[in-house]
Ligand binder design. Structure first.
Ligand SMILES: [Zn+2]
Length: 235
């Protein structure tokens, strides 16, 4: 099952932020619906297409942007964005939110900076695959490499997974204010397959075959891919 992680230009992707700027006026929009669910009015639009910023309105119907420009139709809700920039949310391709997503539904402080989609599991670190009994090993990675307190992880994570697809199912169920996508980390995978040998031995041909199977299953379930690090102390 492939998961649709990003919904570009849906309502959750619009980010409004403060700005002083030089702007152009938008032309009236064509073929407006009778009524919008929401109009974000008088904002300064930076649409990400490389155009100069311009003043305009964004009209939303059923959670999707229906038009951008000068909107004259009515709406159930109107948000005055005068003096603010209205832009698509940013995607942060390098985060370590793997643990935090379990206890922080808003995804702070990424959401404060206009980030609406994050990719986690970078640098070879993820919390899956891992059995609950071995969780200290993968939590230690995040503690050492990313300065995440073990006490926070212990208190904030309900360990409901073993495989990477199980982990993605957990993320699906959690309340989330931003979008998440995940890589499988090499450190967790290696430890999952090799146990204690992961810290002292080279992987055998059989180990590698089992690792490949786990990665394949993870990608089929919606993982973005696999990450690793070239630092020996990260493995
Ligand atoms: Zn990193």
């Amino acid at each position: 099952m492939r998961r649709e992680i990003f919904q570009i230009w849906s309502i959750s992707e619009i980010y409004v932020m403060l700005c002083n700027c030089t702007i152009y006026d938008a032309q009236p929009s064509q073929e407006e619906p009778m009524q919008y669910d929401l109009i974000i009015q008088n904002g300064t639009i930076v649409d990400g297409a490389g155009l100069p910023r311009y003043r305009g309105d964004v009209g939303i119907v059923h959670g999707k942007i229906a038009s951008i420009g000068k909107i004259r139709a009515s709406a159930k809700d109107v948000l005055d964005a005068d003096g603010h920039i209205v832009a698509p949310g940013f995607i942060d391709g390098h985060t370590h939110m793997d643990a935090q997503v379990n206890w922080d539904p808003l995804g702070t402080c990424s959401c404060w900076h206009g980030i609406t989609s994050v990719v986690m599991g970078n640098c070879g670190f993820s919390l899956a695959p891992c059995k609950e009994n071995d969780k200290d090993l993968v939590m230690r990675n995040l503690e050492r490499a990313e300065d995440i307190f073990p006490a926070a992880m212990e208190a904030g994570i309900k360990w409901t997974w073993e495989t990477f697809p199980d982990y993605l199912d957990t993320i699906d169920r959690l309340p989330k204010g931003i979008n998440y996508a995940a890589y499988m980390g090499h450190s967790a995978l290696r430890t999952y397959i090799m146990g204690e040998r992961a810290f002292s031995e080279e992987a055998t041909y059989d180990d590698l075959e089992r690792m490949q199977r786990e990665v394949r299953d993870a990608i089929r379930a919606g993982a973005m891919g696999f990450t690793t690090s070239r630092h020996v102390w990260d493995v």
